[in-house]
Structures are given as C-alpha cells and as structure tokens.
Design a binder for this molecule. Structure first.
Ligand code: SF4
Length: 184
C-alpha cells in the first residue's frame, strides 16, 4: 500500500501492530538492508570477550560488509552488545594498522618493518630470554623446568583457537605467567 495512505489505514490493511509495511515512509520503502547484496554468510563468534556471542558475517566479493547477531546462537540468541555490534569496523575501519610498526630503544618515531623481520626479532628475544632465565632445579635438587622471565597477556581479539595455541606453546616453553584480559 502506498506510503501516501495514512498509517492508521495502512495498519488496518493487514499490519495491525504497525511493525511492517504500515510503518514505512516513502524513503524507507526504497531502502534495502546491506546484507541483501552479500554473496556469502558465515557463522562466527564475537572476538571481544568471553561471553562468546554468535555472529553472522556477511561478505561480498571476498570482503566483509556486515556483521550481525546470530539468532541460532544458544549463547546470545541474535543479540550483540554495542561493541560486538560494531565489530565490522574491526575489519574495515580506514585507520586500521595493517603493517608492523617498531620503535627501537631510544627511538622517537615508529618504523615500518616486515612481518618476517618482526617475527624473527620476537623469536630471537624469546629464545634468548628463555635461555637466560631458565630454572632447571630448585636449590635442593627438585625439578623445576620453568622460566619466570617471560609473560603472556592475550587480548580480546584473539579467538579461541589462537588462545589454545598460545597456551600450548608457552606452557611447552616453560612459561608460568599466561593470562588473557578477555574473561568474565
Ligand atoms: S563483546 Fe559483546 S557481543 Fe562480543 S562476546 Fe562480549 S558481550 Fe557478546
């Protein structure tokens, strides 16, 4: 029914609660949801906190175009908090840093370095720190096999699989201080 017909009459014509076509304006009649143009939808989990709300990620031409709550999730039943609802911006916001930035000791500026170089630098430090701080035994000869020289603090954008691997890796390396701020 045309949007020129008064809303009350439009309600009487098959939309008694006024939540559908009766509530449409001339402008909203011509609008379509962003998700309509997606060529792929995948189920995912919000990366931000330990609640683990379900998300639907809409993609088009290989790019994320929208992220919404997943009604099929038994955890959140379609809901997302404001942070989770804005997670599309985690992917698409134009200020997102996509290169490794390094500020060397006493440096005043950030330098762009390659991911390979950054990975090597981290690996060198990790191996050296572990070797320098390794504790094989207690003073009375009991086995310790640990290092107190390195600590891991995970962030909320790590997913469950990444956290699983980080925990495994650093336990195997002998670290004791392994923590993540995304917990309830
Ligand atoms: S940040 Fe919000 S949407 Fe994401 S898992 Fe936590 S409560 Fe759910």
């Amino acid at each position: 029914m045309s949007s020129l017909v008064p809303p009350f009459l439009r309600q009487l014509a098959g939309d008694p609660l006024g939540l559908g076509r009766a509530a449409q304006s001339r402008r909203s009649e011509g609008l379509a949801p962003r998700t309509q143009t997606a060529d792929k939808v995948v189920q995912s989990v919000c990366p931000y906190c330990a609640v683990g709300c379900g998300q639907k990620v809409y993609a088009k031409d290989g790019k994320v175009i929208q992220i919404e709550g997943d009604p099929d999730s038994p955890i959140s039943r379609g809901r997302l908090c404001p942070k989770g609802a804005a997670s599309e911006k985690l992917v698409n916001q134009p200020g997102r840093v996509t290169e490794v930035l390094y500020r060397r000791p006493c440096g005043t500026d950030w330098e762009r370095i390659s991911l390979e170089q950054a990975t090597d630098m981290i690996a060198d430090r990790l191996i050296r720190t572990r070797a320098e701080t390794w504790e094989e035994r207690t003073e009375d000869g009991q086995p310790l096999k640990r290092t107190l020289g390195m600590h891991i603090l995970g962030g909320a954008t790590l997913d469950s699989e990444e956290n699983y691997l980080i925990k495994k890796f650093f336990c195997a390396a002998g670290a004791l201080s392994i923590e993540n701020q995304a917990r309830i």
